[in-house]
Design a protein around this ligand. Structure first.
Ligand code: FES
Ligand code: FES
Length: 158
């Protein structure tokens, strides 16, 4: 079995895996980081979203061999104690219902706010399109992104 070096949340992991194993399984089963979730497995729901160098990607549809050399960030990499402003906003707005889709939603929102500190409703809808929530938390997600934006802007002016 070939082995691959993965840089996840600034830590090196060496995993032994079939080259075609989806990165999601390497993250969950081999690196033991279970915050990233499996939803559809076919790039349709966004539950498995992680970042490659800050850009959201769907880890269910990327072979582990293609993740070598990427700076991978998972939900665990945002903060050690839920203190990231996006996580704080999610808590403040009580976004999750069952919670299953929320890691992916938070990773998508974090990437959006990095590019656009003051997203409009339209910016949010565009960026969050394709991140499915079967519990229908979309309005709270939008509110939390605005709250996170305020928290981040406040922190940068202090
Ligand atoms: S599990 Fe990857 S997009 Fe649904
Ligand atoms: S909170 Fe249940 S699927 Fe989104």
């Amino acid at each position: 079995m070939p082995s691959y070096n993965l840089l996840i949340n600034d830590k090196n992991y060496t995993v032994e895996a079939d080259a075609k194993m989806p990165l999601l399984w390497a993250i969950r089963d081999l690196a033991g980081l279970t915050g990233t979730k499996f939803g559809c497995g076919i790039s349709q729901c966004g539950a498995c979203t992680v970042h490659f160098n800050g850009t959201p990607v769907r880890s269910c549809s990327i072979p582990v061999s293609s993740a070598v050399g990427q700076k991978i960030t998972t939900i665990e990499g945002l903060s050690a104690d839920n203190s990231h402003p996006v996580q704080q906003a999610w808590i403040a707005e009580q976004v999750p219902q069952c919670g299953y889709c929320q890691s992916g939603q938070i990773m998508a929102a974090t990437a959006l706010l990095k590019k656009n500190a003051n997203p409009t409703d339209k910016d949010i809808d565009t960026a969050m399109q394709g991140y499915l929530c079967r519990c229908g938390t979309y309005n709270r997600i939008r509110a939390a992104i605005k709250t996170a934006s305020q928290l981040m802007n406040k922190a940068s002016t202090n």
